[in-house]
Design a protein around this ligand. Sequence first.
Ligand SMILES: [Zn+2]
Length: 62
Amino acid sequence: MIEPDYVFTCPYCSTGMSVRLDVSGGKRQSFIYDCETCCSPIEIQVEFNGAEVVSFTAHSHS
Ligand SMILES: [Zn+2]
């Protein structure tokens, strides 16, 4: 099973980072990822087509 690292930008501090995605977790996933730089909670929504990421959004959690 491929577990791609997906690169995105923090919506709070604009720092680029990558997150390890688990394609076995379902076609549509949403989770909170704490920014490694500013420690703010980033709400991530990801959608897969097989092992391919077809939609990825990272926005501030409110
Ligand atoms: Zn940040």
